[in-house]
Design a binder for this molecule. Structure first.
Ligand SMILES: Cc1ncc(COP(=O)(O)O)c(C=O)c1O
Length: 485
C-alpha cells in the first residue's frame, strides 16, 4: 500500500477542487480541506498515508503555503489528519475508525441510506430453494477433503456448457471456479502480469480492477471511451495496442462498467487479431453479458475469435444472480487453468463446496431467473430515466441497452461535491473520478438501477434537492463512506 502521497499526485487527485459548487462562500483553505475529505470518504485517498509537506503541496497546486497550512489545520481539527511535529501529517478518520490493510474502512450500518454505491441487486426468490437443494447434495462431498482448487466438476461442467451454448466450445478443464469475478481478475493478474508490467484499460473502467492492478504496481495506460456512439474508437484502441504493446489489456465488452457500452462483433475480431500481433493477453470481463435489455442481441464472446489462447474470460454470478454468492470463474486454456490453480494455493486454496452446489442449482434454472432479472432491470432503468428527465433535465444520459448502470454526464465538474452533499441526505453515490486514474471524470456520475423503482425515484429527488441547494446549504457535517462495488 502507498505510504506517502507526493504533491503532484495529490494535486492530480484533487482535480478541480477550486471550482466546486458552493465555493464562492468558502475560503480557499476550507475548499481544499473539503476536497481532501471527499477523497478520503470515497477511498481515492487511503487512510494512514503521509500527505505532502505544506510547501510541496502549495507548489503543486500553485497556491500559497498559508492556505495549505490552514487547510491542514482544519483537517486536524476535524479529525482527518494526524500530525507529528517535524515528521509529517497522516490521513485518518474522526472517531478512531480502524484502518484496514487495503486502506478502506468498515462503514457504520446506516439502514436508512439509499445505497447507489453498489451496482448489484438483492437476491432472487430462487436462491433459498437452491440453498436447501445444495445442502441436500452436500453429503456426496463430505467423504473427501473438500479442496477443489479449480472447482467442483459439476459447476465447471455447467459453466463450460454455458460458454459452449454461447458459441465458444469449452471443456470443464478450461474452467476454474473463483470466489467472485474480482478474485478471478486478481488471480489472472498475479499469473500473467509481472510486477510493474504494462496494462491497457478503458477509461472509465471498473474501479476495483484498478485497485488490483495498483497492488501489482502495474503501469496503466488508458483508452478513453466515447460517451456517445459506439464507445470504443476502433482505430485508437487498436493503435494503442500496437504502440504500447501492453502485457495485458483489461476490457469489459458487454454493457461496460460504468459507461454501459456494448462492443461490436467486428471490433471483437480485430481486437483479438491485434492482441495476437502485439503479444498482449486480453482479459475479458463478462460480468454483465447476460443482462441485455430491450431484446438487444449480444455479439459472440471475444473468446470465439481466439485461435491462439490470447483471451482469458472472467465472469460470475454476482450481477445476474447475487453478489453474496461469491461465485465467479475464469475461462482459459487447460494448461493456464492448471497454472492458475497453482497460483491460487498461495491465496485461498479453493472455493466453498456448498456455495458451488448452490450455484449449480441456480444455473440449472438460469432461463427463468435471468429473464425475470432483465424484466426487473428494464422497469428500474426506465423509472430512473424518467425521474432524471423530470427532476434533473440538464443532465445528459445515454440509454444503455443492457447492464445495470446509467453513466450520467452532469452539468458541471461537481461529481465529488455532489456525492458529499448526497451523503448528508441519505444517498450514497459513486462519483465519476472513482472510475478513472487521474481525477478527470468530475463531470460524470454512476447511477446503478439495481434498487426498487420507489427507492430510485426517492434517491433522484434527494439528489436533485442537494444539487440545487448546494450553493445555499450550510457547510456539511462529514459522514463515513463505504466500499463501492
Ligand atoms: C465489471 C465488473 N467486474 C467485476 C466485478 C466484481 O464482481 P464480483 O462481485 O463477482 O467479484 C464487478 C462488480 O461490480 C464488475 O462490475
Amino acid at each position: 500500500m502507498t505510504s506517502l502521497v507526493r504533491g503532484p499526485q495529490l494535486a492530480r487527485l484533487l482535480g478541480q477542487w477550486h471550482a466546486l459548487p458552493g465555493r464562492r462562500r468558502n475560503p480557499d483553505y476550507r475548499a481544499l480541506a473539503d476536497a481532501v475529505r471527499g477523497l478520503l470518504a470515497d477511498g481515492r485517498l487511503p487512510l494512514g498515508v503521509r500527505l505532502p509537506a505544506e510547501r510541496e503541496l502549495a507548489e503543486a497546486l500553485g497556491i500559497s503555503r498559508t492556505t495549505v497550512s490552514a487547510a491542514y489545520r482544519e483537517l486536524r481539527d476535524s479529525g482527518h489528519l494526524h500530525s507529528r511535529r517535524g515528521a509529517g501529517s497522516w490521513t485518518r478518520l474522526p472517531g478512531g475508525h480502524r484502518v484496514a490493510s487495503s486502506g478502506l474502512w468498515t462503514p457504520q450500518d446506516q439502514l436508512d441510506m439509499i445505497d447507489l454505491g453498489y451496482a448489484s441487486m438483492a437476491a432472487p426468490a430462487e436462491l433459498l430453494p437452491a440453498a436447501h437443494a445444495a445442502a441436500e447434495d452436500l453429503p456426496r462431498y463430505l467423504g473427501g477433503a473438500g479442496y477443489h482448487p479449480i472447482g467442483i466438476v459439476e459447476l465447471r461442467e455447467a459453466v463450460a456448457q454455458w460458454y459452449t451454448a454461447r458459441g465458444v466450445a469449452t471443456s470443464p478443464e478450461q474452467i476454474m471456479v473463483t470466489n467472485g469475478t474480482q478474485h478471478a481478475f486478481d488471480l489472472v493478474v498475479r499469473l500473467l502480469l509481472p510486477p510493474g508490467g504494462s496494462v491497457l484499460v478503458e477509461s472509465p473502467t471498473y474501479h476495483n480492477a484498478l485497485a488490483a492492478l495498483a497492488a501489482r504496481r502495474a503501469r496503466i495506460a488508458t483508452h478513453g471511451l466515447l460517451i456517445e456512439g459506439p464507445g470504443w474508437d476502433a482505430e485508437l484502441l487498436l493503435g494503442s495496442l500496437r504502440q504500447i504493446r501492453p502485457r495485458l489489456a483489461y476490457l469489459i465488452p458487454e454493457f461496460q462498467n460504468p459507461s454501459g457500452h456494448l462492443m461490436s462483433a467486428p471490433l471483437r475480431e480485430q481486437l483479438v487479431a491485434t492482441a495476437h500481433a502485439t503479444g498482449t493477453d486480453l482479459v475479458i470481463d463478462e460480468s454483465f453479458v447476460e443482462l441485455a435489455l430491450d431484446g438487444t442481441v449480444v455479439p459472440p464472446p471475444v473468446a470465439a475469435f481466439d485461435r491462439h489462447s490470447r483471451v482469458i474470460s472472467i465472469g460470475g454470478m454476482s450481477k445476474p444472480y447475487w453478489g453474496g454468492l461469491r461465485i465467479g470463474w475464469i475461462r482459459a486454456s487447460a494448461p493456464q487453468v492448471q497454472r492458475l490453480a497453482a497460483a491460487r494455493v498461495g491465496v485461498d486454496m479453493a472455493s466453498p463446496v456448498l456455495d458451488q452446489l448452490l450455484a449449480v442449482h441456480l444455473l440449472a434454472d438460469a432461463d427463468t431467473i435471468v429473464a425475470a432479472r432483465r424484466a426487473q432491470l428494464t422497469i428500474q432503468r426506465d423509472a430512473l430515466l424518467a425521474a432524471l428527465a423530470e427532476l434533473l433535465p440538464e443532465w445528459r444520459v445515454r440509454v444503455p441497452s443492457g447492464g445495470v448502470i446509467l453513466w450520467v454526464e452532469l452539468d458541471g465538474p461537481i461529481s465529488s461535491a455532489l456525492a458529499r452533499a448526497a451523503e448528508e441526505v441519505g444517498v450514497r453515490l459513486a462519483p465519476g473520478p472513482r472510475f478513472g486514474l487521474d481525477g478527470t471524470l468530475e463531470r460524470f456520475l454512476r447511477l446503478p438501477f439495481t434498487l426498487a423503482p420507489d427507492d430510485l425515484v426517492d434517491a433522484v429527488r434527494r439528489i436533485a434537492a442537494v444539487r440545487y441547494g448546494l450553493d445555499h446549504a450550510p457547510r456539511p457535517q462529514w459522514m463515513d463512506s463505504a466500499v463501492i462495488a
